[in-house]
Design a protein around this ligand. Structure first.
Ligand code: SF4
Ligand code: SF4
Length: 98
């Protein structure tokens, strides 16, 4: 008997997750001026898998509610300009397996 194989792509997997957003952000840009004046690459807009960081109207917007808590921004910002914490207890992402 042939085994049925179900393929699922990354967007479908992410769709399975659920979030309970806190009213306060667990991610903080330490000095927004560094983003504007010293950071040519805006790397956070590239390495974050959840697209939490967006360069908009001359500043970094942080959509912390969609954070996957992967921790990449703790080490990925070339200017160590992101203060990273886990969300408070009971808040944040809940991963679900297909
Ligand atoms: S990578 Fe760091 S310094 Fe550059 S825009 Fe993002 S938070 Fe700011
Ligand atoms: S912890 Fe991961 S998902 Fe969350 S903001 Fe940082 S890079 Fe993006």
């Amino acid at each position: 008997m042939r085994e049925l194989k179900t393929e699922i792509n990354i967007d479908d997997k992410l769709y399975l997750n659920r979030w309970k957003p806190d009213h306060q952000s667990h991610l903080e840009i330490i000095d927004p001026k560094v983003c504007e004046a010293k950071c040519s690459g805006k790397d956070c807009t590239i390495f974050c898998p959840a697209r939490v960081y967006e360069w908009r109207d001359g500043r970094i917007a942080v959509g912390y509610e969609g954070c996957l808590e992967c921790g990449a921004c703790r080490i990925g910002c070339p200017h160590q300009n992101i203060r990273w914490r886990y969300p408070r207890g009971g808040y944040g992402v809940q991963f679900r397996l297909a």
